[in-house]
Design a protein around this ligand. Structure first.
Ligand SMILES: [Zn+2]
Length: 470
């Protein structure tokens, strides 16, 4: 399906989409008005560009596969050239931004010295998503591997920098960044026995994880620990014992998930909790209907993007943290209702009833393409913000999530669930060149990384019984 002929933002249809402050103006309601004004201005500009473009005699058919046109639609003025489609993903510009960021990070990012594995992961994954099929350049992969392996701690796990204590978040980022190097020699340098010991040192009797020894309990720690264990094939009953109990206790009264029980639900924790529950094969222990409702309510009626919590502003990074949850919900509902492995015809019939049909993929893509692309390259939170590797990574991940649909297939390799993108069911808003690579809905790397890295270590099981006694 290609949707570049019709804009969602027919301005009359948005008349009822503006927020209301119920005659009680607050700082939040004023900020919301400002954002709506900025986003609407971007949408109006696109409408004008579209109208001008459609009158141009050499304007190509909108559904044709036009060569990538990376010029800025706002500044293209060539008399004999049609302006680029306003919904063009400025792919080359974003790739150039990532290349620049790899060599010279801005001062705000270099101050994140404890987050260096994250920066490597964000840059590699975003570059990988934007690539046109080429593998990541070898110098980039080598540099990433050399950098990240230096953060491996002698006691297991990865720290945020050289000599830093291991931390579950840094460990997730490091292992997935190493996955993206697609180099088995690099993967073999991960100390899996040490990793298992580290994970077990973080594991708590109630099924939660502390993010580091002596640190706080946080649902993100559960996600990081279980996804890393899954990739490295070091999942044991001891590691997963009571994990689902803790995750379920983090589900709040309104359906989303929080960092810890009895806290406010948040998009990031909701993603982490459901993804971790799927790794465990126990997502049915959550109230999935309430979770679906919570996620649907996070999509902003006018902007089309997602907020991370009720009464907060839209933010491009929740394109992944909330937009990415819908495919997880598809899998969770499928497994709960026992539809896994049903025939293709049955799956097609059921497709219209999927949770992933309950959100507006087109609206999210329009928000990303019209409001989240920085003119200088890189992707942003909302109009007026500056690009950074974090938002570039998660906005692009969200764009990919909005473009693909997946089937959950019976897993014969010990992964719990596997996702396979549905052939021919891409939904691309704008030129067809906007189509990114698919992402694995649990791990947020391209699916081949999960298959290959997970596959390598499933062929090489560790004797974890021996480790338990150490
Ligand atoms: Zn953000």
């Amino acid at each position: 399906m290609n949707l570049d002929t019709d804009f969602r933002f027919n301005l009359t249809s948005l008349a009822g989409a503006f927020s209301t402050d119920d005659d009680h103006t607050t700082g939040s309601s004023l900020a919301q008005e400002d954002v709506e004004s900025d986003v609407l201005a971007a949408y109006k500009r696109a409408l004008i560009q579209s109208a001008v473009r459609s009158r141009h005699p050499s304007s190509s058919s909108p559904t044709s596969s036009t060569p990538p046109n990376d010029a800025d639609p706002a500044t293209a003025t060539g008399a004999n050239e049609p302006a680029p489609h306003p919904l063009t993903l400025r792919r080359d510009r974003h790739s150039s931004y990532l290349t620049r960021a790899t060599t010279s990070l801005s001062s705000s990012m270099t101050s994140l010295s404890a987050s260096r594995p994250w920066i490597v992961y964000w840059l590699l994954h975003a570059t990988d998503l934007l690539s046109r099929g080429d593998p990541l350049p070898e110098p980039l992969r080598l540099r990433a591997a050399t950098t990240v392996l230096r953060f491996q701690h002698p006691s297991g796990g990865f720290g945020g920098g050289v000599g830093q204590r291991p931390h579950l978040a840094a460990t997730y980022a490091a292992v997935h960044a190493l996955g993206l190097t697609r180099d088995t020699h690099v993967w073999e340098r991960v100390d899996r026995a040490g990793m298992y010991r580290f994970l077990m040192r973080c594991k708590q009797p109630d099924g939660s994880f502390v993010v580091c020894e002596g640190g706080e309990v946080d649902l993100r720690g559960t996600y990081c620990a279980l996804t890393v264990a899954r990739l490295l094939n070091i999942v044991t009953p001891e590691l997963t014992d009571k994990c689902i109990d803790f995750i379920a206790r983090c589900q709040s009264h309104d359906g989303g998930l929080a960092a810890i029980p009895h806290s406010e639900a948040h998009g990031g924790y909701t993603f982490c909790g459901l993804a971790a529950a799927l790794v465990l094969g126990q997502a049915h222990m959550l109230d999935l209907d309430a979770l679906l409702g919570w996620c649907i309510r996070r999509q902003m009626p006018l902007e089309g993007g997602f907020q991370g919590r009720p009464n907060k502003l839209v933010d491009g990074c929740y394109s992944w943290w909330v937009g990415g949850v819908f495919e997880l919900l598809d899998a969770a509902f499928t497994l709960r209702d026992g539809r896994q492995g049903s025939s293709k015809q049955e799956r097609d019939t059921e497709a219209s009833l999927r949770p992933s049909m309950a959100w507006n993929r087109q609206a999210l893509q329009e928000y990303i393409l019209l409001a989240c692309q920085s003119d200088r390259g890189g992707l942003i939170d909302k109009p007026g913000k500056y690009p950074d590797p974090y938002h570039t990574c998660y906005v692009l991940s969200g764009l990919a999530a909005a473009q693909y649909a997946y089937d959950v297939v019976a897993d014969d390799q010990g992964l719990g669930v596997r996702f396979v993108s549905r052939e021919g069911e891409v939904c691309v808003v704008g030129p067809v060149d906007n189509l990114l690579h698919p992402v694995d809905p649990i791990h947020n790397v391209r699916p081949d990384v999960v298959e290959e890295m997970g596959g390598l270590f499933r062929k090489r099981p560790l004797d974890l019984e021996t480790l338990k006694g150490e």
